[in-house]
Write a protein that binds this ligand. Sequence first.
Ligand code: GLY
Length: 317
Amino acid sequence: MTYGMIATWRMAYEGVLHQSEKLADGSSAGDVLEGVIKEVEEFANFISVGYGGLPNEEGIVQLDAAYMDGTTLEIGAVAGLENIKNPISVARKLSKERFNSFRIAEGAKKCAVKMGFEQEDLLTEKSKEKWEEKKKEIEAKEISPYDGHDTIGTVVLDKAHHMAAGTSSSGLFMKKEGRVGDSPLPGSGFYVDSDIGGATATGLGEDLMKGILSYEVVRKMEEGLPPKDAAQRTLEEFEKKLKRKYGKVGAMSLICMDNKGEWGIATNVEFTFVVATESQKPTIYISHRTEDGQVIIEKTTEEWLKDYLGNVNNRTE
Ligand code: GLY
């Protein structure tokens, strides 16, 4: 009776920590997944997801999220959702709908309100300040406007062998109004099949969606590749193709877990992620790829953690 979960970025740690006990007690993959992502969405200092998420060019927080049930293949998703703190919960509810299960913008908001979700202002003082600073920098042409796209993505395997995958993101900082990234797109931002495993992606949505990478990782696991190789081969092959055909490759990271609780990742940047399984307490890893293509994965050090927490906590000052 194995179980486990993997989630993108250090910001997932507290959610994984709290939910891993529930997973061990027999909670469903769907409940655990929603719990992990909600915790990230609700913490204002995580500025790329949910409440306090970084806004678009107009200063408006527009959120993308998706939920997939690996046993039924049900999918629910929202894109460009405004004023709703927990898009993952809206997406999960939508996954139960036979029709109209992927909703965008005003339609998504109306639907969330109908479902009983409260409307609130998601732009915190801190995010607004960052937006104002960025506007000035862009005007001075000092930097590219488009950075900051850390999506929370999670794959969960529960004791009953059910799997779920989900994502939530405020997308690219300073995106144009109505821009949608890979996170709510099935196959691209996420995919899961309880008979095989699941995967999610984080990075530059415009490039990730060119490769439908999450589905490709699951497909490779179905062909028999171990999760580690499925993720790494998917990224390597796609990067080569994208470089050849498009000439540029943005930041990309993938996580995956199979239905036995084995996991893998791939990345072309410095990437943190969190894993908890039956045999492993919640652990934060940091990974990067060397120039000769080797993927290095290490547990984070106390020093790294202190720096990270200092940065995150400073956001309230
Ligand atoms: N990967 C998140 C985004 O590009 O919106």
